[in-house]
Design a protein around this ligand. Structure first.
Ligand code: NAD
Ligand code: ZN
Length: 529
C-alpha cells in the first residue's frame, strides 16, 4: 500500500492512498485500497502523516536510522504489545532501497519465519515558474509492503581425511567403504564416477576392493582434462545416476583429477536436487586444492557469443567427505605434478613464507621424484607441504565458503589465467596458467614498489625449479586488459586483484591501469623464461 502526501505549501497537505500497482500521481484510488487506508486505526494514520510532516522540512526519510520510529512499529496491527515479543522485533534498513524493515517473529515458527513490514519513503520536488512566482511542489510517497522472510542456515561440515600412503584400495582399510554411508542390511551396491585414466591405472584395484567387501560397484567413466569439462559430461553422469537409481542419501564416489571432481560435484548437486558425494582426488592439484573446497562446475560455451567461459556454470556444494591418498601422485607425469605445484606456490606466495621456503628448498626434488623421494618422505617434507597447503586452503575458505567476501587472496593467479586457459588450442594446464598469471602479478607488485627485484628473482627461480611456465605467448595487452574487465564483472564491480607485498603477504587492488599492464608485459619480456 502506498500513502502519498502531496505538500504544496507549508500549510496544506493532500493525502492520497494508492495500491502498489497504481499510478503514483493519481489521487483517484481503487475502492479496495481506500478501504485499507480506512481500516487503519486513526492513530496509525495520524502517526504516518505526522512522521511525514516531521520529515518534510529538509530531512529526507531515507536518512532515517535503522531504528524505526514508534509510529512505524505501531502501524502493523499484528504486532503484539507484550514486552517479550516486542523485544524480539528487529529493525533494519534495506541497503538497496533504504526502506525501513521491521521483522516480527511469526508465532508458528519464531526462529526462522519473520513477518516483515517494509516502509519506503521517497520525495520528489518539482519547481514551476510563473510570471511572478516560483512554486515548489514536494511530493512525498510512503510505500509500505508486507511479506515474510525465511531464515535458514545450513550447517556445513565435512572431513578431509588423510589416508595412509597407498592404502586406499587395501581391503584392510575400510575408509573408502565407510565414506559411502550407512545402508540397510543387504544393500550391497555402490556408484562411482571414475576418471578414465585413473580407471586404466587403478581400475582393477578399485573393483577388487569392492569385490572383497561384497559390494557390487557400478562404475561411470568420465574423461579427465579440461576439454571435456562441459555440461555434456554432467548430463552423462546424471543419466547413469538415473539408470542406477541412486538413493536420496546414498553418497556416490568421485575418483579422479580436478576436472572429474568438478563435473561429478555438479552432478551431485543437481541429481534429486542434491545427493552426497565423496571426493577422492588423484592428482596433486586436486589433493591440495580442487578437492578441499565446496566449488564445482564446468566450462561453458555460450550459444549466443560462441565463446567458452572457464568454470562459468557450477555451484557451491560441499562434498560429504574427502579421502586423500598421496600415493596417486606417483603415477602422474612430471608436467602434471608441476601443474599441481602451481596452486601450492600460489598459496605460499599469498599466505606462507614457510611453505615458500620448503618449495624453494625441495620443490625440484619432489617434482623429479614424483613426490616419492625417500629422504624427503622420511623427513616429513612431502607430507608437510601437502598438509600446509590444505590447512591454508581450509583456513581461507572456511569463513568465506560462499565467497560473500570477494577480496580473496586465494584468487591470486586466477585473474589473467582464466583467459589464458580458454585461448582456443592453447596448450596450458590450469596450474600452469595460474603460475604465469602469478608471475605477471609479481612483476606488477614490483612496478608498484611493493616488492624489490631480489624478491622477484627469488620467486622466478622457485617457479623455474618447479618446471612451471612463467610466461605465455598468449599473454598480451589485449588479453590482460580484457581479464581486468572480466574481473570487474566477476568480482562485482571492482578488479580486486590479489598482489603480494612480500612473500607470504598479499593485498587486493582495484586500480590496475592498462598502461601499468603494458609496462609489466615489457618487463616480463626481459626475463629468461
Ligand atoms: N573446484 C575447485 O575448487 C577447483 C580448484 C582448483 C582447480 N579446479 C579445477 O581442476 C581442474 C584441473 O585439475 P587437474 O590438474 O587435476 O587436471 P585433470 O583433472 O584434467 O587431470 C589431469 C590429467 O591427469 C589424469 N589423471 C588423473 N589422476 C591421475 C593419476 N593419479 N595418474 C595419472 N594420471 C592421472 C586425468 O585423466 C587427466 O588426463 C581445472 O579444471 C580447474 O579449474 C577446481
Ligand atoms: Zn585454481
Amino acid at each position: 500500500m502506498t500513502v502519498k502526501l502531496i505538500r504544496k505549501s507549508s500549510s496544506t497537505v493532500d493525502v492520497a492512498v494508492k495500491s502498489p500497482l497504481g499510478d503514483a500521481s493519481s489521487t483517484e484510488v481503487p475502492k479496495s485500497v481506500a478501504l485499507i487506508w480506512e481500516s487503519l486505526s486513526p492513530d496509525v494514520r495520524a502517526a504516518l502523516i505526522a512522521s511525514e510532516l516531521n520529515n518534510s522540512d529538509g530531512k529526507t526519510s531515507a536518512s532515517t536510522s535503522s531504528n524505526t520510529p514508534d509510529s512505524l512499529s505501531d502501524q502493523n496491527s499484528s504486532i503484539s504489545s507484550s514486552k517479550e515479543e516486542a523485544a524480539s522485533i528487529t529493525y533494519e534498513k534495506c541497503p538497496v532501497s533504504g526502506a525501513q524493515v521491521m521483522l516480527t517473529p511469526v508465532d508458528r515458527a519464531p526462529k526462522n519465519v519473520f513477518a516483515f513490514t517494509k516502509t519506503h519513503f521517497t520525495e520528489k520536488s518539482e519547481v514551476t515558474k510563473t510570471s511572478n512566482a516560483t512554486v515548489t511542489t514536494t511530493t512525498k510517497v510512503v510505500t509500505t509492503s508486507r511479506g515474510w522472510r525465511n531464515i535458514f542456515s545450513l550447517p556445513i561440515s565435512y572431513d578431509v581425511n588423510m589416508v595412509a600412503h597407498g592404502t586406499l584400495f587395501d581391503p584392510m582399510n575400510s575408509q573408502l567403504l565407510d565414506a559411502t554411508g550407512v545402508h540397510p542390511e543387504g544393500y550391497n551396491s555402490r556408484f562411482a564416477v571414475v576418471d578414465v585414466e585413473v580407471d586404466r591405472l587403478y581400475g582393477d584395484k578399485i573393483r577388487s576392493y569392492f569385490e572383497a567387501m561384497g559390494i557390487d560397484l557400478r562404475v561411470c567413466l568420465v574423461n579427465g582434462g579440461e576439454a571435456d569439462k562441459r555440461p555434456q559430461a554432467v548430463n552423462y553422469i546424471l543419466d547413469q545416476l538415473c539408470a542406477y537409481k541412486l538413493r536420496r542419501r546414498e553418497p556416490f564416489l568421485a575418483i579422479g583429477g580436478g576436472c572429474v571432481l568438478d563435473i561429478a560435484g555438479m552432478a551431485a548437486c543437481l541429481y534429486r536436487r542434491g545427493v552426497p558425494f565423496v571426493r577422492v582426488p588423484t592428482t596433486l592439484l586436486a589433493i591440495v586444492d580442487a578437492s578441499v573446497g565446496v566449488k564445482n562446475g564446468v566450462d561453458y560455451c555460450c550459444g549466443v557469443t560462441d565463446e567458452t567461459y572457464k568454470n562459468r556454470v557450477g555451484s557451491f556444494y560441499a562434498p560429504s567427505a574427502c579421502l586423500l591418498d598421496p600415493a596417486f601422485i606417483a603415477s602422474q607425469d612430471r608436467r602434471n605434478i608441476s601443474n599441481g605445484f602451481g596452486e601450492i606456490l600460489k598459496l605460499a606466495l599469498v599466505r606462507s613464507a614457510d611453505l615458500f621456503d620448503l618449495l624453494e628448498a625441495h620443490g625440484k626434488t619432489l617434482v623429479e621424484s614424483r613426490f616419492e623421494d625417500a629422504s624427503l618422505k622420511q623427513a616429513g617434507v612431502s607430507s608437510r607441504i601437502i598438509d600446509l597447503s590444505i590447512q591454508i586452503m581450509l583456513e581461507e575458505l572456511g569463513p568465506n565458503l560462499w565467497e560473500s567476501k570477494l577480496d580473496r587472496c586465494v584468487d591470486y593467479g586466477h585473474t589473467f589465467s582464466k583467459l589464458l586457459e580458454m585461448v582456443p588450442g592453447a596448450d596450458i594446464m590450469h596450474g600452469e596458467a595460474v603460475n604465469v598469471d602469478g608471475f605477471f602479478c609479481v612483476i606488477i607488485s614490483y612496478l608498484r614498489g611493493y616488492i624489490d627485484m631480489d624478491t622477484v628473482d627469488r620467486v622466478f627461480s622457485c617457479m623455474k625449479s618447479l618446471s612451471l611456465p612463467t610466461n605465455s605467448s598468449d599473454l598480451n595487452l589485449e588479453l590482460a586488459w580484457q581479464s581486468c574487465k572480466d574481473a570487474i564483472e566477476h568480482r562485482h564491480g571492482e578488479q580486486r586483484i590479489p598482489l603480494i607485498t612480500e612473500i607470504g603477504e598479499s593485498i587486493c587492488v582495484s586500480d590496475i591501469t592498462e598502461e601499468e599492464l603494458r609496462r609489466a608485459l615489457e618487463l616480463m619480456d626481459q626475463f629468461d623464461h
